[in-house]
Ligand binder design. Structure first.
Ligand code: PRX
Length: 643
């Protein structure tokens, strides 16, 4: 087929070849237990599991390797010491290139993890406790995750860009009694007041919090307030004595990560230890075809699942070298990514389409002036990549010689689910490709009827896989409702998808009320709830619309309380309000004041119409006859903001 971009010619050696992929995929679905018990051999277990998957989607109960026990920190760090003490585990590249970078060997990482684990112990952290991390992208973010895993505590990382209000909600939801943070974080020219945000979160009047200990890492040295008895400097509590790894059952929780859904507050997606580890280790190994000694760089923040699985756990489980980058793609200039690649001789680079699109707009010279000969493989994650951006990434960044893995997955899947493998598959720009081992995809129509052949539909997964989330923390009913109720008996991803004549999968985007802004997942309901908290706002409806760089932008329709006047000042105030409630990533792109929202006679907001108007595509609004006030549509079109 002419739309294929060919995989590299050498399909031999340790790579997964096309034939191996076919054989392994077949075996992974025909004999999943044998297949996954074999993959589990990638890890060191205290008790080896005898069983792999024990799961049901009706009722929803998911377990993997349940009679096995292990410790994930031991698997990421301690077990590598005999052979890899001197192998580089982490390379830290700071925000400002003028600040020196540094690296840690596995022996040094081990020491740092001990220091962190002992500090957490002194803070009072014990097995099963929830520990909230609100950190910059620094090595201590990773050692804090690993130290939690070492002690058997459950980490909940909250992205440092979230507001104090959002942080407080996430601390409250999992009843976390401990917070790990830093004085400040750096992102480009901005300083993020992390500790001050924690202080503000802990004083939020609308939340019932019981935080007993805050551990503070000194990063920028900026001035902060320490609260006697509650706040402790990491350096004061850190010590290097041995701190044994807690043996964990494979089904003991490893982490909670809050993510947006189509309704209500963010959900605390829960991952457990054994299955997640097998998934992170095996996907990292196969998708990136990681070879010993290679330098791997995933540009995601540890506040997102990509940072969990492919900055921390995947690389370290494979005794790999992972780059930890604090900065942003455009500081101090548009060549920053490529400068880091040249500086650390990065072999595998994994980033999001939004960054690629933003950099593609700038002159190619920013890329070309940095040496990229070390690059072997490129990866994309987080949102659909448009073929134009794919080709620029492939041809300009990768000099036409580096395959691209476009990896589709979700917070809930733990790791990669659809991707081409570098030596097994030809690529198609814009298509994520083929299912990973053990992944059984099904496209269904709106009624849940399976669709065969080349077609489009709702993307479901029919069989559990080891990396699957087990529940929503503290609310199993919500887990069932969110993922297993639309199409009973199947896991529904929330994504629309096309399968082509070559059985390649093309993700077309969310079909629910979740939008994807710069690769960050956002519930339109969350932005609406933030807006209606403002005293002047009566009602709000939020939709996504296509955005050249961000993938999707945030378009808000707002009606005001009786007697309130809409003007530019109020628009600016509402933007600021949403930033304060959620964080800068939720800042509305367009605010459209209206005297009403289009509703059916039964009062249901017709989002389809709002989406079309926001997309500036109002020629095909469809049937508007059921609207309570049909003339409203004309006024909405007239007042549209995205022209
Ligand atoms: O819509 C899909 C999109 O991101 C959603 C998952 O978001 P999140 O849980 O934040 O995880 C992002 C990082 C894995 C999916 O439902 N998505 C993710 N990767 C891709 C993608 N859409 C298209 N292509 C991808 N490669």
């Amino acid at each position: 087929m002419s739309d294929f971009v060919r995989k590299p010619a050498d399909s031999t050696g340790t790579h997964c070849t096309p034939e191996q992929y076919e054989d392994m995929y077949r075996r992974s679905v025909e004999e999943p237990d044998a297949f996954w018990l074999e993959q589990a051999e990638r890890l060191d277990w205290y008790e080896k599991p005898n069983k792999a998957g024990e799961w049901s989607y009706d009722p929803v109960d998911i377990k993997w390797f349940a009679d096995g026990s292990l410790n994930l920190c031991y698997n990421c760090v301690d077990r590598h010491l005999p052979e890899h003490a001197d192998t580089t585990a982490l390379i830290f590249e700071p925000d400002d290139p003028a600040t020196p970078s540094y690296s840690l060997t596995y022996a040094q990482l081990h020491t740092e993890v001990l220091r962190m684990a002992n500090a957490l112990k002194k803070l009072g952290v014990k097995k099963g406790d929830r520990v909230t991390l609100y950190m910059p992208m620094v090595v201590e973010g990773l050692t804090a995750m690993l130290a939690c895993a070492r002690l058997g505590a459950i980490h909940s990382v909250v992205f440092g860009g979230f507001s104090p209000e959002a942080l407080a909600g996430r601390i409250e939801a999992c009843e976390s009694r401990f917070v790990i943070t830093a004085d400040e974080g750096l992102r480009g020219t901005k300083t993020i007041p992390l500790k001050a945000n924690v202080d503000a979160a802990l004083e939020e009047p609308d939340h019932t919090l019981d935080v007993q200990g805050v551990l503070v890492i000194r990063h920028t040295g900026g001035a902060i307030t320490m609260h006697e008895g509650r706040d402790h400097w990491f350096d004061d509590l850190a010590s290097e004595e041995d701190c044994p790894c807690e043996p964990m059952n494979a089904e003991d929780p490893l982490f909670i990560l809050y993510t947006s859904g189509s309704t209500g507050k963010p959900k605390g997606v829960l991952h457990t230890t054994g299955g997640y580890a097998v998934w992170a280790a095996s996907t990292f190994h196969y998708t990136f075809d990681y070879q010993p000694g290679e330098v791997f760089w995933c540009s995601a923040d540890i506040g997102w699942v990509t940072g969990h699985s492919y900055v921390t756990y995947g690389p370290l489980l494979n005794a790999g070298t992972s780059v930890v980058f604090e900065g942003v793609p455009n500081y101090p200039d548009f060549g920053r990514f490529w400068e880091v690649i040249a500086k650390h001789k990065v072999n595998i680079f994994y980033t999001a389409p939004t960054a690629i699109r933003a950099l593609m707009r700038e002159h190619d010279e920013w890329v070309l002036k940095h040496d990229r000969s070390s690059l072997r493989l490129l990866g994309s994650v987080g949102e659909p990549i448009n073929p134009e951006a794919w080709r620029w990434y492939h041809e300009v960044v990768g000099e036409g010689r580096c395959p691209i893995v476009d990896t589709w997955w979700q917070t809930e899947t733990g790791g990669h689910m659809i991707t081409t493998l570098p030596h097994a598959h030809d690529m198609k720009p814009g298509s994520a490709g083929k299912p990973f081992f053990g992944v059984r995809l099904l496209l269904v129509d709106a009624e849940g009827q399976p669709l065969e052949g080349a077609t489009s539909g709702n993307l479901c997964i029919t069989h559990s896989w080891p990396g699957q989330a087990r529940t929503v923390y503290g609310d199993h009913d919500r887990f069932i409702e969110a993922y297993f109720s639309t199409f009973p008996g199947k896991y529904f991803t929330g994504d629309g998808c096309r399968r082509d004549e070559d059985d390649y999968y093309w993700i077309t985007g969310r079909v629910d009320d979740v939008i994807n802004v710069s690769g960050h997942r956002m519930g339109t309901a969350e932005v609406e709830s933030a807006l209606v908290l403002h005293p002047k706002v009566a009602e709000a409806a939020v939709v996504g619309y296509p955005h050249d760089v961000k993938g999707q932008g945030i378009y808000c329709y707002v009606t005001l309380m009786e007697g309130e006047e809409d003007n530019d000042e109020l628009a600016a105030e509402l933007r600021q309000w949403v930033r304060k409630e959620i964080g800068p990533i939720a800042t509305p792109d367009h605010l459209h004041f209206t005297d009403g929202l289009p509703k059916t006679r039964s009062g249901k907001i017709m989002r389809r119409i709002l989406r079309k108007i926001a997309e500036n595509d109002f020629g095909s609004l469809g049937d508007t006859s059921t609207l309570a006030d049909p003339s409203l549509v004309e006024r909405l079109i007239e007042g549209r903001q995205n022209r």
